[in-house]
Design a binder for this molecule. Structure first.
Ligand code: GDP
Ligand code: MG
Length: 178
């Protein structure tokens, strides 16, 4: 088959959700461009970025959607969720309030998308050790109770771990579909 057919095999829509300023845009910037923005100007206005990911020798396109900051107004629209097969639900380990919002985000996700959307709970800013308000064990426990995958990340200092979080979601979607 042609190169074109090969690359069009799989296209997965993945959404980034979670409270404002937890680091969603920086996780995507780190993953897609290996960049980090210390001053929160990272929401660049495009709706999504497409990244190629190799799973078992298959090239998969992950179309990763980032909000344009509308979560600040609790106004993420149903169009944002439409067709999503994966989600990274992000909180900030240094702000308990963002962890307390997880239930609300899960409700919203399940209202607007398929119940089976592969979801990873991401505790971001793991570099902020002295400011930690949410222990790793609590994140793990919540993920287990809700049937989510779980990982702690730092968009600031670890591109490998950030990539692993995106890859985990893509791999699980691929496993379900194949
Ligand atoms: P969003 O609103 O969820 O998209 O969050 P942003 O990506 O805009 O990040 C909000 C703020 O947190 C910015 O000042 C980032 O530089 C900072 N930030 C994001 N990720 C990390 C991280 O892993 N560690 C630290 N220390 N700061 C981060
Ligand atoms: Mg953002």
């Amino acid at each position: 088959y042609s190169e074109e057919e090969k690359t069009e095999d799989y296209l997965f829509k993945i959404v980034l959700i979670g409270d404002s300023a937890v680091g969603k845009s920086n996780l995507l910037a780190r993953f897609a461009r290996d960049e980090f923005y210390p001053n929160s100007k990272s929401t660049i206005g495009v709706e999504f970025q497409t990244q190629k990911i190799d799973i078992n020798g298959k090239e998969i396109k992950a179309q990763i959607w980032d909000t344009a900051g509308q979560e600040r107004f609790r106004a993420v629209t149903s169009a944002y969720y439409r067709g999503a097969v994966g989600a990274l639900l992000v909180y900030d380990i240094s702000r308990r309030q963002t962890f307390d919002s997880i239930g609300r985000w899960l409700n919203e996700l399940h209202t607007h998308s398929d119940m089976n959307v592969v979801t990873i709970l991401v505790g971001n800013k793991s570099d902020l050790k002295d400011a930690r308000e949410v222990p790793t064990s609590e994140g793990k426990a919540l993920a287990e109770a809700q049937g989510l995958f779980f990982m702690e990340t730092s968009a600031l200092d670890s591109s490998n771990v950030v990539a692993a979080a995106f890859q985990m979601v893509v791999k699980e979607i691929y496993n379900i579909l194949s």
